[in-house]
Ligand binder design. Sequence first.
Ligand SMILES: Nc1ncnc2c1ncn2[C@@H]1O[C@H](COP(=O)(O)OP(=O)(O)OP(=O)(O)O)[C@@H](O)[C@H]1O
Ligand SMILES: [Mg+2]
Length: 309
Amino acid sequence: MSNHFSTRSYTPRQPLAASADQQLVTQAPLPSQTLLRSAANGSGDALAAQRVHSQPYYRAVADEVDLYEAAYSVRMPMMLKGPTGCGKTRFVEYMAWKLGKPLVTVACNEDMTASDLVGRFLLDANGTRWQDGPLALAARFGAICYLDEVVEARQDTTVVIHPLTDARRVLPLEKKGELLQAHPDFQIVISYNPGYQSLMKDLKQSTKQRFGALDFSYPEHEVEAEIVAHESGVGLDVAKKLVHIGERARNLKGHGLDEGLSTRMLIYAGSLIARGVPTLAACRVALVRPITDDADMRDALDAAVTTYF
Ligand SMILES: Nc1ncnc2c1ncn2[C@@H]1O[C@H](COP(=O)(O)OP(=O)(O)OP(=O)(O)O)[C@@H](O)[C@H]1O
Ligand SMILES: [Mg+2]
């Protein structure tokens, strides 16, 4: 199985060893193992491990929370568009928590097959048994299913979501001979970074037109500084300087940089600074070196760093 199935992304300030009931990272335990375990425990909540128990920090940037709630109320499939590290995953985690729904996240990749999403028969000591894939599990038990970077999946894989994302709301489990009717709470959310895909790697119109879409981008200065300060633990003054550097670098996009510095990178830099790493070293490690191999561009970014620190 090549998909990665989890409920939580990395947060710098998050302690590495979370307590059992806070532990939201389910590093690819196979979905139905979770299901079987819960059933065996008699807990009755097949997606217990996928529930977001504590409120994720999410700083609303515009009216995205209200719009998403309205979309969820009519179970509209949603598409989150925006550059890397701008808050899409955090937003879904927050919305799952706010709506009180389990969150099943699948990191899509080009090796992913329809069976990885839908499920397959497995052979074990007792013979064969059906194992729901993450999409089937979410549809069966009423989770929000988040397909991250969906354009990475091949188009023949992506089309399995079609009958779930129109008025039918069904998922045919062909190998099992079951037509799975989605649970009333089920919703599908996909994300992608516009501009990264080639012609070969884009969503078909017939896929796109099944979704409502929310645009995400880096927040405006004050809001981004607030997020960086909150997430990394640096003071607001340092966070503001980091955001200035980020904005400078974003202006170089298309002029030597393929991509601007993300909010995530600014948080990384802030996290190092908050842990006592000298500012210039922290910015080199977390901001400048990862984003470019070009010596001139590196010098230009290093110079931007020294302007502020
Ligand atoms: N509006 C926001 N509120 C709170 N935290 C935010 C916000 N935007 C960004 N962040 C922070 O930035 C980090 C990166 O965001 P996130 O992982 O959600 O990015 P993403 O858009 O999903 O990126 P990718 O496309 O690479 O998956 C988050 O872990 C969080 O700390
Ligand atoms: Mg993400």
